[in-house]
Each structure stands twice: as C-alpha cells, then as structure tokens.
Design a protein around this ligand. Structure first.
Ligand code: AMP
Ligand code: MG
Length: 353
C-alpha cells in the first residue's frame, strides 16, 4: 500500500514536472504602456529574447490596435475609411462596404441577436447616444447635470431593432432599413480587438498579457517558470483596491462595472450600461467579470450579464461551457462559478454569499 502511494507520488511529481512549463532560457520580461488608443490605457507584457525583438512586436501590436480603433470609431471620420462613424452617417442612403474587422464584428453580434440574446443590443445607438450627450454635458457642467427626458429615450427606442440592419456577407456591406437606427459597439469592440491582436501576438510572442482597460487577454504561461499570469479583479466599492487575483493563462478576462463611466445628477450616480427594458442605467449588479477563451464573447457577456438579475445571468453562464463568471452585487454579495473560484488566489474565499 505504502509502495503504491510512493509510486503514485513519484508519478505525480514526474507529471507535474512535465506539465509545469520549464523556465525558458534566454527569455526576459518586457512591457509597454500606451495611452490614447480605445480611450484607455493599453498595457502589453511579454517574454522575448531581446528588447529589440519586443519593441518590434509591441510596435506591430500597437499599430494594429490603432487601426482597429480608427475602424471601430463612432465619433471621428478618416479620409477613405468606411468606419463605424461612416456607417452611422451613410448606411441609410445605400449599402456601405466596410472593412473586414468591422463587418465580421457586426455579423458576430447579429448571430448572437438571432440566437435570441437581447440584453446586449449594438443597435441601441439611438438611445445610447442620448445618454452619452447628457453624461458628457453633466461631466462638463456638474451643476446643471440632468437626466434625459423619458419621452426622448422612448422615441429613440423605436429605432433600435437590429433586424433593420441588413448585412450582405457576399458584398460585405451594411444597410440600415430604418434610417434612424445607429450602431454602438462599445460593449464588444475592445474584446473583439483584443482577440485580433491576441492572434497576432500568439504567433509572434506567445507568452504575453494584453490589457485594454477592463479587457485582458493572456497568452501561454509566463516564460519564467510560473504556470499562470496573475490578473487582479478590482473591488467595485474601492476601484483602487482589489477583490481577488485570478491565476490563469490562454484565456480572456473582461469586467463591466458601474464605476467605469458615470455622471452624477442630484447626488445619484448614473452609469453607462443601459437596460433596454427601462432605458435607464441597469440596476441589477455592481460589476461582473467573465473568463473564457474568446475576448469578444467575454466582453459581449459582461455587458449582457450587467443587464440581468444575478439568477438569470447565472443560469445563462451555467448553460455555456468554458465560461466562468464572478458577480458583485450592490449589497456586497459576491457570487462566482466553481471554475472561477478555482482560479482565485483565495480559492473562492472572497465570495460573500
Ligand atoms: P461594457 O463596458 O463592455 O459593458 O460596454 C459598455 C458600453 O456598451 C457603453 O459605453 C455603451 O457604448 C454600450 N452599451 C451600453 N448599454 C448597452 C446595451 N444594453 N447593449 C449594447 N451596448 C450597450
Ligand atoms: Mg462588454
């Protein structure tokens, strides 16, 4: 019996030395931080053989992100580029041909919509732009900050049916059958971009961590002998503090929270994720983190889960394989799936039920 145990221990040690990544000789950790792309702080960490090699790869990643930022930009036009601003301006006149990353993203969202996912609706632009204008005015002039009139929101809501956005996969065109519809891809664009740039990095520098604000994509294990990257989850009550740390590799981590973007009216905070049922900021949870392979799906899901009661969101996550989540409720309760608890530094002890 004892011998069998010893054999088992020897075997598992042997396995763990096979499974644990060896420290890769000659690799060093490098990092780059850039501001101004996707309106957020971009951090890239990676293991490379030299600073020069890292610089070239990081330059490539940032150039790719800048180009995606231009294509996904809803507020600015660029000569010769049929970006999101261009679609919103001209796709009601005639079908507009758009670059692949944007067309593919729209198609991906349309497929989700057709599957019946309605909480995250990228065709909610008419409503979201009203909130955007009131929030911007409220941040510029806090003394006169006000809420959008409900009649105005309801009138805009009549023009938010994603079925009125016609995507032609052969010609790669977008056409608005409803001229007043407009697209807002804020709920998924960063996760989608992190995937595209992540694919490039996987080829050039597979051991990397890329962070676009609340969107993180982790490559294979760090090349310093550790199995996992550590990714901290902010404490929604004190975003400078930390709720827990997730240990993972080859996965995406995305968080949506009511503390990211908001303005204050009569002492009350109004954040940026709008519930299509009430046309007001969603009032169910404080923050939600999703972990899965695809950054686009993680980003899409965080926004969708934010607009659902915890129980409904939990049922949705439990129905999906390879997707884990953590919810912070407003009363301080923290729920997490077992798979996510297993990734935490606290082994799930930070859940507060
Ligand atoms: P996220 O931080 O990923 O949850 O995305 C929030 C952004 O998505 C907002 O700033 C809006 O641009 C957009 N958005 C807000 N509410 C919704 C919604 N219900 N469906 C789709 N997009 C939304
Ligand atoms: Mg999102």
């Amino acid at each position: 019996m004892k011998r069998a145990l010893l054999f088992f221990l020897a075997l598992s040690l042997c396995f763990s030395s096979v499974l644990l990544p060896a420290k890769a000789e000659g690799y060093q950790k490098y990092s780059r931080v850039e501001l101004g792309i996707f309106d957020t702080e971009i951090t890239l960490i990676g293991y490379c053989r030299s600073q020069q090699e890292f610089n070239e790869i990081a330059d490539g990643a940032m150039a790719h992100l800048k180009e995606l930022n231009r294509i996904f930009d809803a507020y600015n036009s660029y000569a010769g580029l049929n970006n999101l601003w261009y679609i919103n301006r001209y796709a009601d006149d005639a079908p507009v041909e758009v670059p692949s990353p944007l067309f593919d993203l729209l198609l991906w969202c349309k497929e989700k919509w057709d599957e019946g996912w309605r909480q995250n609706n990228i065709a909610l632009g008419a409503v979201l732009s009203i909130w955007h204008d009131y929030r911007t005015a409220g941040l510029d002039h806090p003394q006169t900050a006000s809420l959008p009139p409900m009649e105005e929101l309801q009138a805009a809501y009549l023009h938010t049916d994603f079925d009125q956005v016609i995507l032609d996969t052969e010609k790669q065109t977008v056409y608005f059958a409803d001229p007043e519809i407009s697209l807002d891809i804020g709920a998924v664009a960063k996760g989608y971009a992190a995937d595209l740039v992540g694919d490039y990095l996987e080829e050039k520098m597979p051991s990397f961590l890329l962070s676009l604000g609340g969107n993180i994509r982790a490559g294979i294990s760090p090349q310093d002998g550790r199995v996992n990257w550590g990714v901290s989850i902010q404490d929604p009550d004190d975003p400078a503090g930390m709720l827990d740390v997730l240990y993972l590799h080859s996965l995406s981590v995305v968080t949506s929270g009511d503390y990211w973007r908001y303005y204050v009216v009569d002492g009350k905070r109004y954040h940026h994720i709008i519930d299509p049922d009430t046309l007001m900021p969603a009032d169910y949870i404080q923050a939600v983190t999703v972990v899965c392979e695809s950054g686009a799906l993680a980003d899409y899901l965080t926004t969708a889960l934010f607009v659902m009661p915890y129980e409904e969101g939990r049922a949705l996550i439990d129905s999906l394989s390879g997707v884990e989540a953590l919810w912070s409720l407003k009363d301080g309760t923290i729920y997490m799936t077992d798979g996510l608890a297993a990734m935490t530094r606290s082994h799930g002890a930070s859940s507060r039920e």
